[in-house]
Design a protein around this ligand. Sequence first.
Ligand code: ATP
Ligand code: MG
Length: 568
Amino acid sequence: MNTAETANDDTEAGEARRDFIREIVRADLAEGRVASVVTRFPPEPNGYLHIGHAKSICLNFGLAEDFGGRCNLRFDDTNPVKEEQEYIDAIETDVRWLGFDWGEHRYFASDNFEQLFAWAEHLIREGLAYVDDQSADEIRANRGTLTEPGQNSPFRDRSVEENLDLFRRMRAGEFPNGSRVLRAKIDMASGNINLRDPVLYRILHAPHPRTGDAWSIYPTYDYAHGQSDAIEGVTHSVCTLEFEAHRPLYDWLIEHLPAPSHPRQYEFARLNLSHTVLSKRRLIQLVTDGHVTGWDDPRLPTLAGLRRRGIPPEAIREFARRIGVAKSDNLVEVQQLDAAVREHLNKHALRRMAVLKPLKLVIENYPEGEIELLDAVNNPEDADAGKRPVPFSRELWIERDDFMEDPPRKFFRLGPGREVRLRYAYFVTCTDVVKDAAGEVVELRATYDPATRGGDAPDGRKVKGTIHWVSASHAVPAEVRIYDHLFTEEVPGAGGRDWLDDLNSESLTVLTGCMLEPALAEANSPATVQFERQGYFAPDPDGTPDKPVFNRTVGLRDSWAKIAKKGG
Ligand code: ATP
Ligand code: MG
């Protein structure tokens, strides 16, 4: 095994991760409060997972890994109107792709509907829940504010019998949507609005992807979530900060129900990433309104999009490790993700040559019809990656940007009369420039020095530049898609702007007629490679063997940092 990889894996596993949630779990185990840790990742199947979810997945599955416990995959499917099987399938694919396994422990909140209903009746019988006939607007109006207490509902003191009867008829489908709800009877004057008789059930005549037409009422998130945790034996129910104020309700429900276990809820800061959006509502809008090509558009922060862009799951896990888990909200620069991607790919990606903006170079003293196979290193960071033969011939493609007719002093690449090294091949000197009628350079003429094959000049003369190339008669033409941030602003929509106004109109640049070395069209491997001197690129499923399409995963350097430095 290669040493770089071993070292990397050792850091990831060996370095004990420390954060406040791990401290809590460690103490709970040490002091015997829990026998073994059980966590869950609880997506609602109403959209695709994004990099924010990856933070939660890495945390929940990571806790189970670190402490020898388990992590359940729970679909929080309590709102049938927005949920679809497509999302369930995509979520499973994405969690597996990230490298985690829930084993047998896949659950659905909807599997608990019968139990949740029975527990709701239990609350009614204990005088702790009632059917409210107020409309949604009335309930909202009577809930009070942060400074004023709420008003008791006129239906709050219904008898147990009447409540049971109405609740069962709600279930039986006798009443229209929105006509009644079941509420917990807690305290309309509570300082915590979540405790002002929260809604536990609402009437919704809508078929559910899993329970079909069986139910006309559905439990709310607050009611279903904690009870599902308890049923699954979750010990640490880790969620994002916006649920902090829901924790007293979480605990109240568990305490007042004959729940089989007492999970505890802990909150951490959600991931906010610059130059993108991580709200499902906004992501759905980008997809359905056609601002992107689909859920797996490589510009999206969805796991499907990041995968299609060529980002390896290891880099996402490393990114999650680096940003850590804390209790205060902050904004993470997307450049941090890019850096993790670049570091991983630098160690693992195979090197290839590709010319994105081709310019013909004809080597006049190279024999016509001759082809040499030159050795090219697959990965200088990984000796085990070996070498590959690259065909060389009289006519090559080089990068248009590697030539300047009138180069400034610090330009070390090709210009009239200048000599450069062709990577893995020979020194060449530009002898002539061919232009079209419009005066545009269309071809370069050159001579090569046969004595420099694959190395230095025997006479000791040096060249300052090395450029990449592709043999013209062997080149595979391809389309290459270059991506930039989806949004021009760090926080789209900040300062009261419409977030859609911050979409970057140049987030996608399509280059056609790019020229690839033949190895890139072989063995249709999905792995991300480095195009030497250009960045990391991954084959896109839109491509075919004779017309490949590549996505730029990330550039070699942080071009944004460079711009910032220049500006400053
Ligand atoms: P919704 O508004 O539909 O609830 P959501 O982003 O909360 O959107 P869920 O499917 O409920 O989506 O999320 C599943 C889990 O992922 C939850 O525990 C949630 O807290 C967590 N999660 C969601 N977004 C982030 C984020 N940006 N950073 C960290 N965790 C997140
Ligand atoms: Mg949520």
